[in-house]
Design a protein around this ligand. Structure first.
Ligand code: GLN
Length: 221
C-alpha cells in the first residue's frame, strides 16, 4: 500500500515537472487498422520520437506525422473508408501533415493503381503497380543508394512489393531498385515500396521524423 502511494506521488511529480508545451517532442502516429504496426512503433521510439497507434479519427488531430504501414492495401482501403478515417487523412495531408506510406501505404497514397479500382487516398501524383517485382520473387532484399540519408547503402526488404511506373514532375525520386522507382517524395508525402521497419537501420524513419519535426516547428513559430 505504502509503496503504491509513494509511486503514484512520484509519477505525478514527474508528470508536472515540465510543462507539456515545452516537452512535447514529435509524435508520430502509425495507422493501426491492419498490417505491420508494431515494428514501426519500435523504430520510431528507437529514433527518439514518440509513437501512437492510430485507430480513431480524433487521434489524427494530435499527431505530427502519420505512417501507413505495409499490409494488404485492399483491406486497409476498405477499413479506412468504413471508419471515415480516409477523409480525415486527406484533410490532415492538405493541412501539411507529413505522411509516410510503406508498401501498402505507398499503394494507398497513389492517384493511379494499375488495373485496380480499389479504394485509395489518391494523394500522390504516382502510378503504381502492385506485386510488381513478379510472383517468383515474393520477397527479396537489396542495397539501395539513398542520397538523402547518406552512406552506407540502405539494406531494403521488399515483400510482394509495388513500384511506381510513373511519377509527376513535382515528385522527387529518392531511390530506385533495378531501375524501378521505390522511394519518392512529393512535398509532405513520402512513399517507399520496401519495409524500412524490418532492419536495424533507422535512417529512413529518421528522415521522415525530420519532415514531421519541420512541420511541428513551422506551426509553433
Ligand atoms: N501486395 C500488397 C498489397 O497490394 C502489399 C504488400 C506489403 O505491404 N508488403 O497491398
Amino acid at each position: 500500500m505504502a509503496g503504491n502511494t509513494s509511486k503514484s506521488v512520484h509519477d505525478h511529480t514527474t508528470d508536472l515537472r515540465i510543462p507539456i508545451e515545452e516537452d512535447r517532442g514529435v509524435l508520430i502516429g502509425v495507422l493501426a487498422l491492419q498490417g505491420d504496426v508494431e515494428k514501426h512503433v519500435e523504430m520510431i521510439e528507437k529514433c527518439g520520437a514518440r509513437a501512437i497507434k492510430v485507430r480513431f479519427i480524433d487521434e489524427l488531430d494530435i499527431i505530427d506525422g502519420l505512417i501507413i504501414p505495409g499490409g494488404e492495401s485492399t483491406t486497409v482501403g476498405k477499413l479506412m473508408a468504413r471508419f471515415g478515417i480516409d477523409k480525415k487523412i486527406v484533410e490532415r495531408a492538405s493541412a501539411g501533415m507529413p505522411i509516410f506510406g510503406t508498401c501498402t501505404g505507398m499503394i494507398l497514397l497513389a492517384k493511379e493503381i494499375v488495373g485496380s479500382d480499389q479504394h485509395r487516398l489518391g494523394l500522390m501524383d504516382s502510378k503504381v503497380l502492385r506485386n510488381a517485382f513478379g510472383r517468383q520473387v515474393d520477397s527479396f532484399e537489396a542495397d539501395l543508394d539513398i542520397e538523402c540519408v547518406g552512406c552506407p547503402l540502405v539494406r531494403a526488404v521488399f515483400i510482394r512489393a509495388p513500384y511506381a511506373l510513373e511519377v509527376g514532375s513535382d515528385v522527387q525520386v529518392l531511390a530506385t531498385c533495378e531501375n524501378r522507382i521505390v522511394l519518392f517524395r512529393q512535398g509532405n508525402l513520402l512513399a517507399a515500396a520496401f519495409h524500412p521497419e524490418l532492419t536495424n537501420d533507422c535512417r529512413v524513419h529518421q528522415y521522415f521524423i525530420g519532415m514531421a519535426k519541420e512541420w511541428l516547428e513551422s506551426r509553433s513559430s
